[in-house]
Design a protein around this ligand. Structure first.
Ligand SMILES: [Zn+2]
Length: 426
């Protein structure tokens, strides 16, 4: 902590201003919970011991986790499916965010946890080899705890104008909504958090009645109430990282240990999006890994988890682990007829896009790898080119927020006769 008091006064004011606006409070929450419930330390230590046993090369390892057990994980792909229930706790109409905004967040999670995010292109060359596909698919739960069909979204009006990190949003008795069984669901509460708090996660090994993540309604998803610089859904990506037992990249201490070997030590959180190499804790020449989702960098500056972080997360899914029950969740199947909120299947032979109609963006999937490098052009109904870009990867996001409402055509490829897509901008 001393680092904040060493710089000149002006620098210190900037740092403190940044910190007040950029807050994941998971570490503060952890300290508060351990102080109020000292017995939690034993449960959390047991999770750490379990994790370390899984990561030993001589025991059943992470490979066994992903390819073994699970009906859920071995059906049509090797992805682990995480059924999600989103509790929208609102006092004002603005806080009652749209289904579209929620789906935009689910789409971000699927990109970030499958390394399908287009901004992997921005990972510095010296960290590229460490970027991991976590192999997880997030879906809005198709059935509820009673086995009934659900949207996976619960909306509840509250008299609470702003919540703190005391878990009130997680209980009907205190103006929130009770969690669904954590063995079958990831609970996400979206509400108004005070003091610039962006979100926080419960403790792995903590009690089930508060298990899940909480995200500020202005930092959730990529549309609607989401506000820059936290409007790319990375707050939720980050908090779910904690829910899978990840620690901040600086180990919550000056040059601390996050128990992950391939994240360099660093002196503290990163604010904004610094660019270039930032050296601390003797971590030259690569410097801080501030483009990792577990730093505090602005959404647009975050691009990756590392292999070591993936291994630590997946260890929880080994038999006997805290997240192992999720592998057999009955909610892991989307109801028939529901539109997919995950990236289009790679088995499709034709290019595809979603959502359609679109508002601020469309995700384009190109199964044919030869399309990468080709030109993409967007035409309006008058046949005028309104956007053009070079395709750099097979699954990417096209921002459509600046387009007027209407029908648009996308032409792919450099020559005539190439496939085209169309979409409606709302
Ligand atoms: Zn955090």
């Amino acid at each position: 902590m001393s680092k904040y008091f060493l710089p000149l006064l002006g620098c210190m004011l900037i740092a403190l201003t940044g910190r007040s606006q950029t807050s994941c409070r998971s570490f503060v929450y952890r300290q508060q919970q351990l102080s109020a419930h000292p017995e939690l330390a034993t449960a959390m230590a047991a999770v750490e011991a379990f994790t370390h046993r899984q990561l030993k090369p001589t025991t059943v390892g992470v490979t066994g986790v992903t390819s073994g057990t699970a009906s859920n994980a071995s059906s049509t792909s090797s992805l682990i499916t995480i059924p999600v229930v989103v509790h929208v706790i609102y006092n004002t109409n603005a806080e009652n965010i749209s289904n579209q905004q929620i789906e935009s967040q689910i789409a971000v999670l699927n990109r970030d946890y499958q390394k399908l995010n287009p901004d992997t292109a921005s990972i510095p060359s010296y960290f590229v080899s460490r970027a991991a596909n976590i192999g997880m698919k997030f879906i809005l739960a198709g059935i509820d705890t009673n086995g009934n069909v659900t949207t996976g979204i619960v909306r509840k009006h509250t008299d609470v104008k702003a919540f703190t990190i005391n878990d009130d949003m997680k209980s009907s008795a205190s103006g929130g909504d009770d969690p669904w069984n954590r063995d079958d669901y990831l609970n996400i509460w979206v509400c108004n958090l005070e003091d610039g708090t962006l979100g926080y996660s419960s403790l792995v090994g903590g009690p089930g009645n508060v298990d899940g993540v909480v995200v500020q309604y202005t930092a959730f998803g990529t549309t609607g109430t989401a506000q820059a610089p936290f409007n790319l859904g990375r707050t939720c990506t980050h908090e779910i990282g904690h829910w899978f037992n990840l620690i901040h990249t600086w180990g919550d201490a000056d040059c601390g240990d996050d128990d992950v070997a391939d994240t360099p030590p660093q002196s503290g959180p990163t604010y904004g999006d610094p660019g270039g190499v930032v050296v601390s804790c003797n971590n030259a020449p690569t410097g801080n890994i501030y483009m990792d989702y577990m730093d505090f960098t602005d959404d647009m500056g975050m691009h990756m988890f590392t292999d070591g972080q993936r291994d630590r997360m997946l260890a929880l899914f080994a038999p006997g682990g805290p997240r192992y029950p999720l592998l057999s969740s009955p909610a892991a199947t989307a109801p028939p007829g529901e539109p997919s909120v995950t990236p289009a299947s790679p088995t499709l032979s034709a290019p595809s896009l979603y959502p359609n109609p679109a508002s601020s963006y469309v995700i384009i999937n190109l199964p044919d790898p030869s399309e990468v490098g080709a030109l993409l052009e967007v035409y309006n109904q008058m046949g005028q080119i309104v956007m053009a870009m070079r395709i750099t990867q097979s699954n990417f996001q096209l921002n459509t927020g600046g387009l007027a409402g209407g029908l648009y055509f996308i032409r792919l490829g450099n020559s005539a006769g190439q496939e085209s897509l169309k979409f409606v901008k709302l």
